[in-house]
Design a protein around this ligand. Structure first.
Ligand code: OVM
Length: 403
């Protein structure tokens, strides 16, 4: 065996299981140990490499040629195991194929296209906030974060009215499926078939309303930007990645704001900060905690050589709290922080293609709350929700007083 293929002796080894339920629900101590152990470590349980430092995570995400996505963005290596569903043409693809579909999707989700959604997204945000402020106490997740995206996004895609209750379970399933073959993944896949069949059906051209984002993908195929065979899978990407992510992003933002009263006051005094608050919340508690890449050749990285054909687990959530990048108070939630550059949306060629939609939803909800609510406070214990990839809350009880 050539020297480069041997595991190098200098790589720190951790025997932790980052997919253990306790770690998933409260990962931050583990993140610190992971970062402090080195720029890259070996996780002995899974025979994989991992990084939690910002510089290394950011560099690996940008280096799509060394750290490929085509073998899956989860622990399963598509070169060795059959994927649980046909791979995504976006997330689980590499240049040059990825470049073509990404360009088409950039068009569908362009600034112009998303700007056109703003007015129709605004009224539901304001109405919902109005109702909740009248109630005084509510659940920031079950009454808001998981309600608003479902009010606006499926309509924007052009989905029919029936079966929308499948959307959140499908996203949860896809994000659990990135993890190892543990209880969470097995339970998710066990009940997957009917949800998968429903999703596939919604991706057909005849089931997508004219003018919506889904129809726009089919029109890109008519123009020859992608093939007609590719269109349904790209609609599927909208349905997989477009809902659970924003629900958790909003939920985590409201969790952060309700637990930091002085930060709420700053926001209430200047509601135009809403956009920046969202970035800081995504940095502080990243909805998508991890993604995998795979090396295709021995890869020099962080002072060691990662063997070829090796899964590398990149901790976006840990990188976003790395004091080497964010300073000694990296664990504190500070809406005045310059949070731009965080990797909660990923980085490089795969950087979230839907982020303008997510940002629009967040800005409208947070700004409406900031104007109408003088104080936002905890009204009970939050309940975390377990997922192999997503960090978020099932319930965040809050009490508000009107402005
Ligand atoms: C996809 C996709 C993209 C990003 C995240 C994701 C489940 C899925 O293209 O299906 O998570």
């Amino acid at each position: 065996m050539p020297i480069a293929d041997l595991p190098t002796a200098d790589v720190p080894v951790l025997d932790d299981d980052p997919f253990d339920l306790d770690v998933l629900l409260d990962p931050y101590d583990f993140h610190r140990r992971l970062r402090d152990a080195g720029g890259v470590v070996r996780l002995s349980r899974y025979g994989i490499y991992a990084s939690g430092r910002f510089a290394e995570v950011d560099a690996a995400l940008r280096d799509w040629a060394s750290f490929v996505s085509g073998r899956g963005a989860g622990m399963s290596d598509f070169a060795r195991e059959k994927p649980w569903r046909p791979p995504s043409l976006l997330l689980e693809a590499d240049p040059p194929d990825h470049t073509v579909v990404r360009k088409a999707m950039n068009g569908v989700l362009s600034p112009r296209s998303v700007r056109a959604l703003r007015e129709s997204f605004r009224a539901p945000a304001e109405q919902l906030v109005e109702q909740l402020v009248e109630r005084g106490t509510f659940d920031a997740v079950t009454d808001l974060a998981s309600v608003y995206p479902l009010q606006v996004f499926p309509d924007a895609v052009g989905l029919g009215p029936d079966g929308r209750e499948n959307l959140l379970p499908y996203g949860g399933l896809a994000f659990n499926a990135f993890g190892p073959d543990n209880e969470l993944r097995r339970a998710a896949l066990e009940s997957a078939a009917p949800v998968q069949a429903w999703v596939l059906e919604q991706c057909r051209r005849e089931n997508l309303a004219p003018g919506g984002l889904g129809a726009r993908i089919w029109e890109a195929a008519d123009r020859g930007e992608i093939s007609h065979d590719q269109a349904p899978l790209l609609v599927r990407s909208l349905l997989t990645a477009g809902l659970d992510t924003t629900v958790h992003g909003l939920g985590n933002t409201l969790y952060a704001l309700s637990r930091h009263r002085e930060q709420w006051r700053l926001l209430h005094d200047d509601p135009a900060r809403a956009k920046f608050v969202f970035d800081e919340a995504l940095r502080w508690e990243s909805p998508v905690q991890t993604f995998f890449r795979t090396t295709v050749r021995p890869t020099e990285f962080a002072g060691t050589t990662i063997p070829e054909e090796t899964k590398v687990l990149l901790f976006l959530g840990a990188a976003n709290r790395d004091p080497r990048r964010w300073g000694p108070d990296s664990d504190s939630f500070d809406i005045a922080r310059h949070a731009a550059g965080h990797v909660a949306f990923g980085m490089g060629v795969h950087r979230c293609v839907g982020q303008l939609v997510a940002r629009l939803e967040a800005e409208l909800v947070i700004e409406a709350l900031a104007r109408r609510v003088r104080t936002l406070e905890p009204a009970g214990d939050p309940v975390p929700t377990p997922n192999n990839t997503l960090k978020g809350w099932a319930r965040v009880p809050v009490a508000v007083s009107p402005a």
